[in-house]
Design a protein. Sequence first.
Lengths: 264, 306
Amino acid sequence: MLKIEGISKTFGKGSPNEKLALDNVSLSLDEGEFITVIGGNGAGKSTLLNCISGVYEIDRGRILLDSEDITFAPEYRRSRYIGRVFQDPMMGTAFDMTIAENLAIAYAKGKPKNLSAGIRKSDYKLFRERLSLLDMGLEDRMNQKVGLLSGGQRQALTLLMATIVKPKLLLLDEHTAALDPSAAAKVLKLTRQLVEEEKLCTIMITHNMRDALEYGTRTIMMHEGRIILDISGKEREEMTVERLVEQFRNKSGTRLDNDRMLLG
Amino acid sequence: MTLASLIAIIQGSVEMGIIYAIMTLGVFLSFRTLNMPDMTVDGSFVLGAAISAVLCTNGYPVLGLIIAFFVGCGAGSITALLHTKLKIQPLLAGILMMLALYSINIKVMGNKSNIPLNNKPTIFTPFEETAVADYIYIILGFAILLGILALLFLFLRTRLGFVLRATGDNENMVRALGVNTDITKLIGLALANGLTALSGAIIAQYQSFADVGMGIGMVTIGLASVIIGEMIFGTRSLLHRLTAVVLGAVTYRLVIAFALELGMPATDLKLISAIIVAAALSIPAVRNHINFTQKRIAAAKRNKGV
């Protein structure tokens, strides 16, 4: 489904702050595969997702989605096939528009932005159905502005919006990191439910090693712009957080700099 | 002040308010809906007036309004392209366009700085001999405004209208949902300046002249009207907001008319507009400061006994 071939990205080329964020990274995802990504700060996790979604241009390499070369496609065009949820709950929704209007914009993904009605009567039924999946009572608040929702509610809504038109690829960039533990658990549960139901090809960055092993079908670890560990199947089932930490120390030659990852 | 002169002042303000409301809707589109400070307005208002005056002189007042609208759209599109394609800051892109339009407007008016329209046909001329002649400015102006208001309301509820509004709220989200925000900005700024130019075109025919300086401070006037409208009439729903904008424009004219009547020199108008906008925009900051001071005083009182 997704094929990344030897991509590199350097920020601030030629400046004293030059940083190689991605170093010749290759990665392939099969249909329905759910990858979790872990790694310390500055490992290149977010850069990887931002290069796939087109926020950053890459310096070298190729990105293929469903055998189509999207290396040079602009961000908005890739977005038609890629659903995204960001870390910041403010980033995924339009705060001054209603829940229904936000969903309608997401539902119109890939359709021409013409003068047809923004929301049809029949859309409300579908929105109500989808919103009731969240079990947050949002289906009865469809005409309220999104600005009134909590962070957890917004992330759940963003997740619905990212998947209401089935994407070829779903990118989740620490989408529960800014939430309190109970909201985070709820959004994660919903993530799993949506991904499994729709058999979505998914990449999820998480700072929580336990979540990384519990969710998804495959886990990769990044360090200094490279993938240093890639486990799936039986090897992954037998993996524990302690052994993952040890693997990290062996492969990267450094200790984990990030307590967050261990404490989760 | 006699009752007759009072009524005359109110009638004049309502007439002007209705016509300026069209420009205010444009400012609402760029500043509020798209969240972009578009200075092009100062120039596109005059551009509309200039085109309208030239076409009136040649005997085509209605065509003048239509062409003014579309050429205004063109001016807004150029500002949008300067910003989206050439990455010039939106504020500067608008200022550049406004500056360029100053020269262009003089060219449009045949290298003159003003065109008088005395005894030239306007959209109001055909009604001069009828029974409604005294109220024709209000009737015709209101009819045009109502039409625009209805179209704008319907437009903002279409799929295109939705992504336009979302662009001002959260550009990132709109791109993440597969929409080219360069295009939504272009459409938004084009419409905003089209409406502004149309407003200028009608004003020229209403006051029987076009002048190259008539657009100075138009952005501020539009913004002041939007803010007054929102403060007095609220921002609950889309229809509510649009109506508030129109009522704000009329209120602004009434306030100005009475200030002039009470002896304020006309040259102070821009100063007053600037003060209104500055005061209205600073309300949240002032409110925060007052809250903070109250908290400090309360805390100081509590700690006194310790």
